[in-house]
Design a binder for this molecule. Sequence first.
Ligand SMILES: *Cc1c(COP(=O)(O)O)cnc(C)c1O
Length: 430
Amino acid sequence: MKREKSEALFEKAKSYFPGGVNSPVRAFRSVGGTPLFIQKGKGSHIWDADGNEFIDYCGSWGPLILGHANDKVVDAIKQTVENGSSFGAPTALENELAELILKNNKYIQKLRFVSSGTEAVMSAIRLARGYTKRNKILKFEGCYHGHSDSLLVKAGSGLVTFGNTSSAGVPEGVVNDTIVVSLNNEQAVRQAFADFKNQIACVIIEPIPANNGLLLQRKEYLQFLRDICTENKTLLIFDEVINGFRVGFDGAAGYYKIQPDIITYGKIIGGGLPVGMYGASAEIMSCISPEGPVYQAGTLSGNPVAMAAGIAQLTECLKPNFYQDLEKKTQFLINTIFDSLKFQISNLKIFSIGSIFWIAFTDKEAVRTAEEVDADSMKYFRILHKELLERGVYLGPSGYEVGFVCEAHTEDDLIRTAKAFTEALEISVK
Ligand SMILES: *Cc1c(COP(=O)(O)O)cnc(C)c1O
């Protein structure tokens, strides 16, 4: 595989951007080597600067559920941008996207558009604090909620810990209000509610944690969180930025039939353009400015071009059997990989839900917590990733990241991918 052009571009990029990138995981540090610079994408395929072609399972880390440069999305963007790209005043397109979402999602009544997942979550936390008039928040080790200060925390050594920043530049005062516990642990959550009685504004969770492997939770656990939040007048926030519109149009709330108090979305909602959103009941949302005292604003919020892309993409997602077909494709890919292996790889697991999949090298039947993810096993992923690139298959460059099947993946893509996987897996575990 030729990589000269990508390597030259990366050399230049290193003089412009820290680590040569505008978001850290893109730098390929966890798989080694230099990142590929992507020149174009169409459907399920991408091409790099050296002209190498790949079947893509990164999908811009999730947003591209229809694939790259989908004709309907591209047309919507073109038609809209012809009439101006931003006004800082309301447009009908915001109503249209909101209506599309609210009509098909009974778990929220009102929403606010923002420009990223980070912003959606940051705003949701402020809303929860403003609504409950409490300061503390509880999050789970292994869930990612974007890079706002109060969520850049990691677990310490106890059952319930707080105040350990996971990034320089985050003041202790900010994270002192963030409690961190392990996933799938009822006792830790009970302990936190006992230690901080009437102080916890919200519990925030990725109901389908997909940023640190795919840590599928038990429905009973999510229901437990719902119940303990209700008992304590604490708001339950589902951060569905990655799984929203992915496991179904009404996300994890609809999948598990659990009503959270606030939901955040991002990624898919913008059709590949920057959009985030948070929503809740009309009563909770009435706390937001200018109706209520919780301030939140954005110069480019509800941007018309991004709204148009989102409308075009979500309209496709609403077509009959859209999600069933995606799930079938994903299962076909996984089954074909296992069926094609020449020898059994005993520690190979491919966990999946809907069209999200995660390749793990573990003896465990289920991996539900960050602690259960074996850092040492990432050595297999590193080889797998490199060998897949050589065979024309592009996965996100980290073993902690999940893959996504999109509408544009064809049966031929999936069969070719399974063949590449089989060969690459056999090399990676040798
Ligand atoms: C991606 C993601 C975010 C952050 O979204 P950005 O658009 O990258 O700021 C927050 N929460 C979850 C669950 C995510 O997957």
